[in-house]
Write a protein that binds this ligand. Structure first.
Ligand code: GRF
Length: 197
């Protein structure tokens, strides 16, 4: 009898390129887990289209449609719980999670951030803003951080980091490209490591 694969629920807000990479890595057996569901927090995300094309149960849970924070938090828990995730993977999810959700899935929620946290993280530090701040600060290296998720942006214990060196002629977009080229594969590697612990 084969052992069932660990189950992942993915949370995303954007283009879904990270979700797409994780999904294809899983289908190829490179990510040793099964993606069982996707939750997005706004309409018309790339991630939602990808999930629907692959028959992955996907939900849009938009905080704006709830009258208060706790009913949204409860709905997040109620949608995700039946999938019995071993890990919940944030893949470009741009919203803080609620206290109920974080308590329910304590020690199971991971995020990836394209800088060396605790530097260049926190509210407003997303996409190009991160790489612009890095270049302007004249630091010699940036990188990728994978961390457990807490109630604050880009906070929580660091699981793994990878450095990316900054060249003399580095631009915001060249740095962004360099990090994008490495971060998804790094995410797969670290998720696999966490799952076998
Ligand atoms: C990635 O750069 C990731 O590090 C950050 O959000 C971005 C997600 O991109 N947390 P995408 O929406 O998956 O293309």
């Amino acid at each position: 009898m084969t052992t069932p694969l660990p189950q992942l629920v993915i949370l995303a807000s954007g283009s879904g390129s990270t979700f797409d990479y994780l999904l294809h890595s899983s289908l190829k057996g490179l990510l040793r887990a099964k993606i069982v569901s996707l939750v997005v927090n706004k309409p018309n995300t790339g991630a939602m289209s990808i999930a629907l094309n692959h028959n992955i149960p996907a939900f849009e849970i938009n905080k704006k449609n709830f009258s208060n924070e706790s009913s949204w938090d409860l709905e997040m828990c109620q949608k995700v719980t039946p999938f019995q995730p071993d890990l919940i993977i944030l893949a470009g999810f741009n919203q803080l999670l609620g206290p109920l959700f974080l308590a329910q899935f304590k020690g199971k929620v991971m995020n990836i951030h394209p800088s060396l946290l605790p530097h260049f993280g926190g509210k407003g530090m997303y996409g190009n803003h991160i790489h612009k701040a890095v270049i302007e600060s004249k630091v010699k290296k940036s990188g990728i951080t994978i961390h457990w998720v807490s109630e604050h942006y880009d906070d929580g214990p660091i699981i793994a980091q990878k450095e990316v060196l900054i060249e003399n002629n580095e631009t915001v977009s060249s740095l962004e490209q360099k990090i994008k080229l490495q971060e998804k594969q790094f995410y797969v590697e670290i998720i696999n490591k966490i799952l076998i612990k």
